[in-house]
Design a protein around this ligand. Structure first.
Ligand code: G2I
Length: 473
């Protein structure tokens, strides 16, 4: 039994008020939430990288494949813990969402939206119009007006469905060649130069709140291709074509990060658009040497630093989590080791490099915050339950003001809380101190409780606890 303090006694008195109005079952089952169990195998002891990114006003994202999360608990745990933004690796593309003309299929895309909502993550939409993963029926259109209709109907169908819920859309992906000419795709050949701006105008009308981006690869330094994109963005801004952002995929080969990367991002930002690293990975020839892994780490850190030093850079998205599922070996046999987590989820030096570039704190060390959390289910009835939480200060300095965060099971809603200030955003619940339980002295603890409405989901297992952005031991 935890040592009781005056504060706990006070909170315990309030607990008596916390009984739900509904009739209680005879015996309330007890459940323990253990943080260690909630985040298996993350491979490092930094705070969640999303929390570090948030302190700089940035997001840290990843390319998400729902079928992997459904079969791999470590992938899912890292996906939930580390990232504040989700990009669909494949599920929002044209072939996935409109495999037959006019017949939209949103199963995978919807799954991504609900995963992101449950984990309080933003969604980066990828991609409305792209020459690859364009369904055969669309590729075979040869009439200009018909192609325009197909493209615009597709944009309206997909962007319209998720209107108001997408942070930013890659409206057009990969429309340029390395020499700065337009890629001779079916879109370009059938519609001519105006198709890109038409796509942006249609997207703006379909979802006026989403930021609209152009996204491409090998545009990471100043070169002919990035300059062609730059000139297009400049022209769009001058003529009032709606464009808000440019994505730099940043699929790199180790040792080849362009020296002009930051300068290139900055010149786009100076045009008045946001910039983002949208698909970062850095491939290495296998087996990866120690030296290659060091360069890999340095370059990962440098890319994050470059973004962090540009106020209009909204953040960094990495193209996957573990090498195990990376797209690289399919297209470049003999190459991989491209991500911060390897096949068995140990981390490479790149992870620490990214964490340090973001200013991430090691759990419990940098701020002196050493805490323990106990979460118990008190009353549990058919439509709701009470959770009693105790935060203990296990360190040597007082915790002066606290915010606890946790994730409620899907669909559940906070009903009423006691002895704290409660807010819910998606499934993420934040509880901050009141004036009377602000300070937790070393060796002492505070407690509070709240009722949750189940909304048909009987789970009582809360996940991903943090206090002041840090996990507790
Ligand atoms: O190619 C790397 C990326 C370049 N920028 C745009 C991104 O959208 C692109 O992502 C990749 C996905 O990571 C792959 O997962 O796009 C590929 C297709 O162009 C994706 O690969 C495809 C496979 O080629 C298919 O065989 C497979 O059916 O993924 C499909 C769905 O799993």
């Amino acid at each position: 039994m935890r040592k009781r303090t005056a504060l706990v006694a006070f909170a315990a008195t309030l607990t008596l008020l916390a009984q739900p109005a509904q009739a209680l079952p005879q015996e309330a089952p007890l459940a323990q939430a253990s943080l260690a169990a909630a985040t298996p195998g993350i491979g490092h002891d930094y705070e969640p990288l999303r929390d570090a990114a948030a302190r700089s006003g940035k997001t840290f994202g990843f390319a998400y494949a729902p079928h992997i999360a459904n079969s791999d608990a470590k992938y899912k745990a890292i996906a939930q813990r580390e990232f504040s933004m989700v990009t669909a690796e494949n599920n929002m593309k044209w072939d996935a969402t409109e495999p037959r003309r006019g017949q939209f299929t949103f199963n995978g895309a919807d799954e991504i939206m609900s995963f992101a909502a449950a984990n309080n993550q933003k969604v980066y939409g990828h991609a409305l119009v792209w020459h690859a993963q364009m369904p055969a029926w669309a590729k075979s259109i040869t009439n200009r007006d018909d192609m325009r209709k197909a493209m615009n109907d597709h944009i309206k169908g997909v962007a319209g469905r998720y209107k108001g819920k997408i942070e930013a859309w890659d409206v057009v992906n990969e429309a340029f060649e390395w020499d700065g000419s337009r890629r001779p795709s079916e879109l370009q050949k059938v519609m001519g130069n105006s198709w890109i701006e038409e796509a942006f105008r249609t997207a703006r009308a379909a979802d006026p709140n989403a930021k609209l981006c152009y996204n491409d690869y090998s545009t990471d330094g100043i070169n002919s291709k990035s300059t062609a994109v730059y000139n297009m963005v400049k022209d769009f801004k001058a003529r009032g074509v709606p464009i808000d952002c440019v994505g730099f995929q940043t699929h790199l080969i180790v040792g080849q990060l362009p020296a002009s990367n930051k300068q290139n991002l900055q010149r786009f930002a100076d045009l008045g658009v946001d910039v983002r690293i949208t698909e970062l990975d850095i491939r290495i020839q296998l087996p990866a040497s120690q030296q290659a892994l060091q360069t890999h780490a340095t370059e990962y850190g440098q890319v994050v630093k470059n973004c962090w030093e540009i106020s209009r850079c909204t953040g960094v998205t990495i193209w996957g989590i573990s090498d195990k599922y990376s797209w690289i070996p399919q297209v470049s046999p003999g190459w991989n080791a491209a991500l911060p987590w390897n096949d068995n989820y140990s981390t490479k030096p790149a992870l620490a490099s990214v964490a340090n570039a973001m200013g991430a704190k090691k759990n419990g060390s940098s701020t002196g915050l050493v805490c323990g959390i106990s979460a118990k289910v008190g009353a549990n009835w058919s439509t709701g339950y009470t959770t009693d939480i105790v935060i203990a200060n296990k360190g040597t300095t007082p915790i002066d003001g606290w915010t606890l965060q946790t994730t409620l099971p899907d669909g559940q809603k906070l009903a009423t809380g006691w002895s704290g200030q409660f807010t819910q955003n998606g499934q993420r619940l934040s509880v901050s101190n009141t004036s009377f339980n602000k300070t937790i002295k070393p060796g002492e603890s505070v407690s509070f409780n709240f009722n949750t409405t189940k909304n048909g989901n009987s789970s009582t297992a809360l996940r991903n606890f943090t206090v002041n952005g840090q996990q507790c031991t």
